[in-house]
Structure formats: C-alpha cells, structure tokens
Design a protein around this ligand. Structure first.
Ligand SMILES: [Fe+2]
Ligand SMILES: [Fe+2]
Length: 336
C-alpha cells in the first residue's frame, strides 16, 4: 500500500455547502429557546373546531372573516417557505447548531399558523381563499382584493429569494426582527380582543409562538448587529422601512410605497375588516392599529439605535427618523 495515498486528504469541500457536518454551540439562549419551542408545541387539529359554528354568523360575516384570514395567509402561510429557505441558508453558512434548530422550530410553528388559517377558512368558507364563486358585489371585490394581494405577495417572494445572494448574514438576520415584532404584536392584540373562544385560543397559541420568534430574532439581532459595516447599517435602515411597508398591510394599512393595488382596494378592505370586527374576530380599529403599530415600532427603534442603526421615518404612525424612499420589490426581507 502506498503510504502517501493512504493518508491523503480529500479535496476541499466547495462552499456554500451543508458539509462537513458539525454541531457548534455559541449562544446558550438559542438552546433554551429551542427547548421552550418543544415544550410549547401545539396541534391546530385539536382546537375545538366544532365550537366554530358557521351558523353563528351571517353569510356576510363569514365571508368577511374568511377575507381576513385569507389576507393573513399572505403573511403567515408564506412563513413556512420563507423560514425553510432561511433554514437551508443557516446550514450552508455553518451557523451554530442551536440557531439552526431555532429556525427549524420557527418553520414548524409557521406550518401551524398556516394550518390555523386553513382550518378557519375550511370551517367558515370552503373554497377560500380563491376557489369559490362570488355572488354579490362585495364578494366579487373581496376576491379581486385577494388576487391583488397575492400578486404583491409574489413580488415580495421574488425579492426575498434573491436576498440570500445579495446580503451578508448580519443584514439578513437583523431584518428578521422587524417581522417577528409585528407578528407578536398583532396576535397579542387579536387574542385579547376576539370574542369567539376558538379565535381567542388560536390567536393566543399563535401569539405565544410569535413572542418566542421575536426573542430568537432579538438575540440574533444582538449577535449580528455588532458585525455590520457602515454600509450595511444603511441597508438595515432600508430593510426596517421595507418591513414596515410590507407588514403594514396586515398591521395597519398599506402605505404608498411598493404596493400595486386597485384604487378602491382600501375602501373594500376597510369595509370587510369592519364586518369581521363586528362579528367578533378581534380585528383592531384603525385608531388602535395605529397605536399598537406605533408602540411596536418604537420598541424596534430603541433596539436599532442601541447598535447605531438609524431608524427610518414612519410618518404613517407618527415616528420620525431617516427618510427612506427606495423601497421596491427587490428589497423586502422581513419574515413573519
Ligand atoms: Fe407566524
Ligand atoms: Fe413568526
């Protein structure tokens, strides 16, 4: 046997690759949060769905609630794919093991959130979001709105996928914090204000998951923010604005930037949200949304500024800061 051949090294593994295999722990917080995720895991199939009786609502109310869940699905049902994409990235970039596990747990949670939307729709409006025959003008407009919403969702997805080639990890990961803060805020409010027990329970579970996602992304933010270059800090400011613009659709109202929508989209949206609210879904009034979204943004602002990241102006909810105008479909990273 040739001794040199016997002890030769294999060729170097070309990166990015998920190989070689390794398990490295740097951040104990991620270990704890993954354990917490395991403890808090829940099953959407075992919620008391039979208590959600379609006969408790008028046809219009059922349709409006279905419209709202279909709108939520733009964010929550894109969660599994968005986080699965990010999960692969953490493996390819050889991120520490407990962080990869946390991303796995978020992906799994998001599948539950998607299922919560799905089951609510199946119960109240079979065929929703788009596979049903609208009869009244309001129903037709609801379907039209959803088609436009999903079209915009597809524009977000294109940009999101490309972000992995475009930005370094610190920019990507710091941008995630924004979306999770938004999600935690939304579901906390919904759980408190919903009048139907099934919705209260579902939103409470989803909200608890989102609070954990927020904690994960906060620690991630604190880990990555010190590694940002000056140029990247500017990119994060832009991402914070992009996140606000994208998520305002569900947390507040879609701002002028990014969104391509028919002229009376917002009128129809407001009308349907009002009907859903009166039916006990727990949707906030515009005034409450503004306050809740404003407070959540202040929280993110405080943390960003701690790391010398300038916060963007969000005049829509009364927050001053750096004006960011170039938000387009190539520039939205945040995940829900
Ligand atoms: Fe979610
Ligand atoms: Fe989330």
């Amino acid at each position: 046997m040739d001794e040199r051949e016997r002890w030769s090294e294999p060729p170097r593994i070309e990166q990015p690759s998920i190989f070689p295999i390794e398990w490295r722990t740097e951040t104990l917080k991620f270990v704890e949060l993954y354990e917490k995720a395991r403890r808090e895991y829940w099953n959407p199939a075992t919620l008391p769905w039979k208590d959600l009786d379609p006969a408790d609502f008028t046809r219009e109310q059922r349709m409006a609630i279905a419209y709202w869940f279909s709108t939520l699905a733009n964010f929550d049902a894109s969660g599994p794919a968005a986080f699965a994409r990010a999960l692969v990235h953490t493996y390819e970039q050889h991120e520490e093991d407990p962080l990869r596990k946390c991303f796995f747990s978020i992906t799994r949670d998001e599948v539950n959130h998607e299922e919560f939307c799905q089951r609510s729709l199946e119960r109240l409006w079979p065929g929703a979001p788009l596979n049903w025959e609208p009869k009244t003008d309001l129903e037709k407009l609801a379907v039209r709105n959803l088609k436009w919403l999903y079209y915009n969702g597809s524009r977000y997805w294109k940009g999101y996928k490309n972000a992995f080639d475009k930005y370094r990890i610190p920019v990507l990961f710091t941008s995630f914090f924004m979306g999770e803060t938004a999600a935690a805020t939304l579901f906390h409010h919904m759980a408190k204000n919903a009048q139907h027990s099934l919705f209260q329970q579902g939103f409470r579970n989803v909200g608890r998951d989102e609070a954990r996602h927020m904690a994960i992304t906060l620690y991630l933010f604190e880990k990555e923010a010190p590694k940002l270059t000056d140029e990247e800090r500017v990119q994060v400011t832009r991402q914070l604005r992009a996140g606000f613009v994208f998520l305002s659709m569900i947390l507040y109202e879609p701002p002028e930037q990014f969104w391509q929508l028919p002229p009376d989209y917002l009128d129809v949206h407001r009308e349907l949200e009002k009907i859903a609210r009166n039916a006990g879904l727990g949707v906030a009034t515009l005034e409450d949304k503004r306050k809740v979204w404003h407070d959540a943004m202040l929280k993110v602002k405080g943390i960003a500024e701690k790391y010398s990241i300038e916060f963007p102006a969000m005049p829509e909810v009364g927050i001053t800061g750096k004006e960011v105008v170039d938000v387009d479909e190539n520039s939205i990273i945040p995940v829900f």
